[in-house]
Design a protein. Structure first.
Ligand SMILES: Nc1nc2c(ncn2[C@@H]2O[C@H](COP(=O)(O)OP(=O)(O)OP(=O)(O)O)[C@@H](O)[C@H]2O)c(=O)[nH]1
Ligand SMILES: [Mg+2]
Lengths: 667, 73
């Protein structure tokens, strides 16, 4: 089957288009750098693959996600390029189009966001644009799906384009000819394109050529060209010169393709920006938004819903299941496994689904509105002070939902060291899986101040992350030069459907985990608590689980929770942090959250409960996050470092909380 | 004159990018901040924080010390 590859500038609607063409649902958001890896889908008509790629400004990558797109061009075979162009930013987008045309594969242009362009007062003559560039151009609105059928039709009949009419100046053309002559004849990519990319200084292309030929002569030609260009009257660098010549060409192409209407009045993006990125209001507004989000999740809306669900699980559901099992004549063992193991373990976590969905809803809202990039801007000054940049804040916010996509999102950070540092600190962001643990404990010990206590834990995570960032960036990860440039997209009214889908997509993972990890974990934990060295159906204190947890108990004693129960819960929590709750439910052998909370008062004091929550927040990242850190850093050493420092810092902080609290007379 | 000297809301033309670091210069050029283009400073963040500029209808945010490397007229 043929393959269609999507290329375009960041945030031009590639993924929206991909979703429309393939009927899938990939991650869409209103900032640059949402997609960070290759995604493959099948066209609705089932006759071609479609590949979604990270957005790039040019084929010369500066960050890890951009490298994915260039690598795709160099190493994979595909039949057609689908170039998505933001109509409202036509001039800038065409720079990439030119480089793609030079590549020489059949190309179809999807002129997206024509609704935005029209609102800005731009009229685009599509026919003329198509003739001037020699490629088919289809106007679309990826958001609503307008123009999709025509686009699919055009893609089917895409043909080899005429060579692009752009010739660079004499110096550059001579260099291209020289390099082309030097390239082997059996090379699979267009020689002119390769030569131009070499002149751009594209490292990925260098690497590709190095596997085939000696690179020195090409570098020498580039150097020589660079010098000749510098001697021209305007004295620019080679790269700027290439850009300038393309710009001139594009201006000529656009000359009578785009007609501007009257200058438009203030757009509402500008009006909103005047407030949310206001010099003094910016930060308070962001904090206020976060506060409302937490209150809704934990207090105003989330808790009542969770209570309702809890009543349902412990009442009607357990009764029905119990009656059903008895009617089926299930053995005592099976009955206990289902009711005490699975229902307590899995149900104990599923109770928190409403809260988690509310949290995800807000994160999706942040992502789709266009506020995300503004947050990066507002936070940059603070982040700079601790050796990071504002862009690191985006993965951190995503990390509040789940650390795994957060670690992935760090790909857009240009500086390798800043990226590594962001990845290492990300697990300190309190993800939604930790939320059930807090909810359980605050319900038991901090009835009157639930939201405040949880909020303090989130803040603790952030503060520890910021302090460690400062520590690491001034010791082991010294940064030579920090970079921060970010595009601020126009605000877009989030669509109800997109919001729902993206909330569901994130929440789905949580529910799925309940069905797999937590289900399996619950069964295993129950079995471990049911069996012991002396046989089956032993008292819990003589079980294998008690023996395993007991090993850890003395180590945890200084932190205020030196029981085998806490030790066992923490051990299993490495699988996924929610499992801590499942384990507690099973160990304390209760039907509903309320009884459990009553029972826990025997084992914890409010102080040791807080110390325990802080420990759960900070101690190791969960299994899935560790695997992602390993993959993204490509280093076992840094992966172990991430686990190690987290354990140490968790121990220290919990110790400080417990001992400090005792000293203050709390208990 | 450099970009940071520009009054918010006033427009100017970029004349010089040459003292900028290579990596950053490429990023800015990619985003449309290049010589001959018109810019407008939209707002600045407090405590020496970044500035937001508008180029060809697109808002871009960059640090103040880097904006100080952009010559305008
Ligand atoms: N008004 C309007 N908005 C659109 C259109 N197409 C996409 N969008 C919005 O533009 C934003 C970016 O869309 P994405 O599909 O995530 O863009 P992308 O090109 O995949 O972005 P990256 O993966 O970051 O490179 C989303 O908020 C979309 O809802 C369109 O035709 N009109
Ligand atoms: Mg995308």
């Amino acid at each position: 089957m043929s393959q269609i590859a999507l290329f375009g500038n960041p945030n031009t609607g590639k993924t929206s288009l991909f979703n429309n063409l393939t009927g899938s649902y990939e991650y869409v958001g209103n900032w640059s750098g949402v997609t960070v890896e290759k995604k493959v889908g099948i066209l609705r008509s089932r006759d071609a693959y479609v590949v979604d790629l990270p957005g790039v400004y040019s084929l010369h990558p500066l960050s890890r996600d951009e490298g994915v797109a260039t690598d795709f061009l160099l190493t994979e075979s595909f039949s057609t390029v689908l170039n998505i162009v933001d109509a409202s930013q036509l001039k800038r987008n065409l720079h990439l189009t030119i480089q793609l045309l030079e590549f020489g594969k059949p190309l179809v242009m999807a002129l997206n966001m024509i609704d935005v362009a029209e609102r800005r007062g731009m009229k685009i003559d599509v026919k003329q644009l198509s003739t001037k560039l020699g490629v088919p151009v289809v106007p679309v609105i990826a958001r609503t799906g307008k123009g999709m059928d025509e686009l699919a039709e055009t893609l089917r009949s895409a043909q080899q384009p005429k060579p692009l009419a752009l010739t660079y100046d004499d110096v550059i053309e001579t260099a291209i000819a020289k390099i082309s002559r030097y390239l082997p004849d059996d090379i699979e990519r267009s020689k002119r394109w390769l030569a131009l990319q070499c002149l751009e200084g594209n490292e990925r292309v260098y690497d590709y050529l190095r596997t085939k030929i000696e690179l020195e002569p090409i570098l020498a030609i580039r150097k020589q060209t660079e010098e000749s260009i510098r001697q021209l009257p305007h004295g620019r660098s080679l790269r700027e010169r290439l850009h300038h010549l393309r710009e001139t060409f594009i201006e000529a192409v656009l000359e009578d393709v785009v007609v501007w209407a009257e200058k438009q009045p203030l757009t509402w993006t500008e009006k909103i920006d005047a407030i949310v990125t206001n010099k003094y209001l910016g930060m308070p507004i962001f904090l206020f938004f976060m506060y409302v989000m937490f209150m809704l999740t934990f207090d105003w809306l989330g808790s009542p819903l969770a209570d309702l669900l809890d009543q349902f699980f412990s009442g009607p559901l357990t009764d029905t299941l119990s009656r059903l099992l008895t009617a089926m004549g299930a053995s005592k063992f099976l009955q206990e496994l289902v009711l005490n193991g699975i229902v307590s373990g899995v149900g104990g976590v599923l109770v928190f689904v409403p809260q988690i969905f509310i949290l995800f809803f807000f994160i999706s809202l942040l992502e789709d509105s266009g506020y995300m990039a503004r947050v990066a801007m507002v936070m940059d000054r603070l982040m700079e002070a601790i050796g990071l940049n504002g862009k690191s804040f985006i993965p951190m916010i995503i990390g509040f939902g789940c650390n795994v996509p957060g670690v992935m999102a760090a790909r857009t950070i240009e500086q390798p060291r800043e990226r590594l540092l962001t990845i290492l600190l990300l697990p300190l962001m309190s993800c939604s899986a930790r939320l059930p643990v807090y909810a359980l404990f605050v319900g038991a010990f901090f009835q009157a101040h639930q939201a405040e206590v949880v909020f303090s834990l989130y803040v603790l995570g952030i503060v520890v992350a910021l302090l460690l960032a400062k520590l690491f960036s001034s010791t082991i990860l010294k940064n030579e030069h920090s970079v921060f440039v970010i595009e601020l997209p126009p605000y877009r009214m989030p669509q109800a459907l997109t919001l729902w889908r993206s909330t569901w997509d994130k929440g789905k993972g949580f529910v799925r985990k309940a069905g797999t990890f937590i289900f399996g974990g619950s069964v295993a934990i129950w079995l471990l608590s049911y069996a012991g060295p002396k046989g089956f159906n032993v008292s819990m204190d003589d079980s294998f689980l008690a023996a395993i947890g007991g090993v850890l108990a003395p180590v945890l004693a200084p932190l205020g929770f030196g029981t085998w129960q806490a030790g066992a819960a923490l051990l299993t929590g490495f699988l996924a942090k929610e499992v801590v709750v499942s384990t507690m439910n099973i160990i304390y052998h209760v039907k509903d959250t309320e009884t459990l909370q009553g029972l826990m008062a025997h084992y914890f004091t409010p102080l040791s409960a807080f110390s325990f929550m802080a420990f759960v927040l900070l101690y190791v990242p969960c299994l899935a996050t560790v695997a992602t850190i390993r993959k993204e850093t490509g280093s076992t050493k840094w992966t172990f470092f991430a686990i190690g420092y987290a354990l140490v810092i968790a121990y220290i902080i919990s110790l400080l909380i417990y001992e400090g609290g005792k000293w203050l007379g709390l208990s | 004159m450099v970009l940071t000297d520009l009054q918010p809301g006033k427009r100017a033309t970029i004349t010089n990018l040459s003292i900028m670091s290579e990596l950053l210069k490429q990023r800015l050029i990619d985003m449309g901040i290049h010589e001959g283009e018109e810019v407008c400073v939209k707002c600045t963040m407090p405590f020496g924080g970044p500035v937001m500029v508008e180029v060809a209808g697109q808002c871009i945010c960059l640090r103040r010390k880097e904006a100080a490397c952009i010559g305008v007229e």
